[in-house]
Design a protein around this ligand. Structure first.
Ligand SMILES: [Fe+2]
Length: 361
């Protein structure tokens, strides 16, 4: 039977555990070949164990009368070998990253940026294309480990954008490190604020904003490229000077930091949160087009939007009126409004301002 490493937050009662679950000192918390209960899941979480290996019992999990054609693209992808490999690699790197940062914060010392960025490169090299990376990220997202998973996602998205911009490999290497460490200051912000569902109060928001300077303080004496430290400090700066903590703009923002800013906002908006569903990439494209051009580097942003939109060509989508169709033609005037084919009919979203893509299926 196939084995998959999963986050404990994705575990549910009844799953068959494939490998002994042990804590940091090697104590057995839950044995292999036994089925999880809600109590067992709580016990594993109590020991701060984030990942377990379970058997995939497909015949029990899939609905017998649902044919493969009826599954959505993402459901099919989630069942694929590619996803399994991606998920394993991603959770391994996230796990190493978390342990490494906890060690650095509690015991001091340097971070092994090379092995972490090699982990991200390995994830990227196992994917067929840039957009496949986005699709696989879409499938792996969950609510917990916000800082670590978000940072790795940003590193991956930034690396793909760096590739679309034809950046040299050395820059992409540093870009990956910028993504990995950009939000590290959040580990120094009280957990109640980081994990708070919904809007922060003005006081809480002021504390949250300190994660930029706190991140810089954590990284400043480490053996890292200076651009990685700048990205931690400046990834919330905006080109029109409206960002924080310094309120600088334009060329005062390092160019790799500008890439991280785009990847960070895209990742945060398309990720699910406890208090809201993930936003559709086309909704995020629309937001970038309507209010992002002043805030982000225009060349980088336009390259990002165009590639993301084009990559969804041929995908099935659901419109806000419930219509299901396929994206068949991109609109050069507005990347968020492509042409949709529904049976033998075509809907030009550009000419139907009330219609928009609500979900990619
Ligand atoms: Fe941040």
């Amino acid at each position: 039977m196939e084995v998959r490493k999963i986050r404990i937050s994705d575990a549910s009662a009844g799953m068959l555990v494939a490998e002994d679950v042990v804590n940091d000192i090697g104590q057995l918390i839950f044995p292999a070949e036994a089925r999880l209960t809600d109590k067992a899941i709580a016990r594993i979480q109590f020991h701060a164990i984030r990942y377990i290996r379970i058997y995939l019992e497909n015949e029990e999990e899939s609905e017998p009368d649902q044919s493969i054609d009826e599954l959505s693209y993402f459901e099919k992808l989630r069942d694929s070998e590619e996803y399994n490999t991606f998920n394993e690699q991603f959770t391994d790197v996230a796990d190493t990253f978390e342990k490494e940062m906890m060690r650095v914060l509690h015991e001091g010392g340097d971070t092994d940026s090379r092995s972490l960025s090699n982990g991200v490169k390995k994830i990227l090299s196992s994917c067929r294309s840039g957009i496949q990376v986005f699709d696989l990220l879409h499938c792996t997202r969950s609510y917990d480990e916000v800082v670590f998973a978000h940072s790795l996602n940003v590193a991956i998205i930034a690396a793909v954008l760096g590739g679309w911009l034809d950046f040299p490999m050395e820059d992409i290497d540093v870009l990956i490190q910028c993504g990995i460490y950009h939000d590290i200051g959040k580990l120094a912000v009280p957990k109640e604020i980081i994990d708070k569902p919904g809007a922060l109060t003005p006081d809480e928001y002021a504390v949250m904003r300190t994660h930029t300077s706190r991140g810089y303080s954590i990284l400043k004496d480490m053996n890292l490229d200076n651009r990685v430290k700048l990205a931690a400090m400046m990834h919330h700066e905006r080109c029109d000077g409206s960002g924080y903590p310094l309120g600088v703009g334009g060329n005062q923002i390092e160019r790799l930091t500008k890439i991280i800013a785009i990847a960070d906002v895209y990742e945060a908006m398309t990720a699910p949160r406890k208090y809201r569903k993930a936003r559709c990439p086309f909704e995020v494209i629309k937001l970038f087009e309507s209010s992002g051009l002043m805030l982000f580097d225009t060349k980088y942003l336009m390259t990002f939007i165009e590639h993301i939109a084009v990559c969804y060509m041929g995908y099935r989508v659901r419109l806000n009126d419930g219509t299901v169709g396929t994206i068949v033609y991109m609109n050069r005037q507005d990347d968020s409004k492509p042409m949709i084919q529904v049976g033998s009919e075509y809907i030009d979203l550009f000419r139907n301002p009330k219609l928009y893509i609500e979900e990619i299926l």
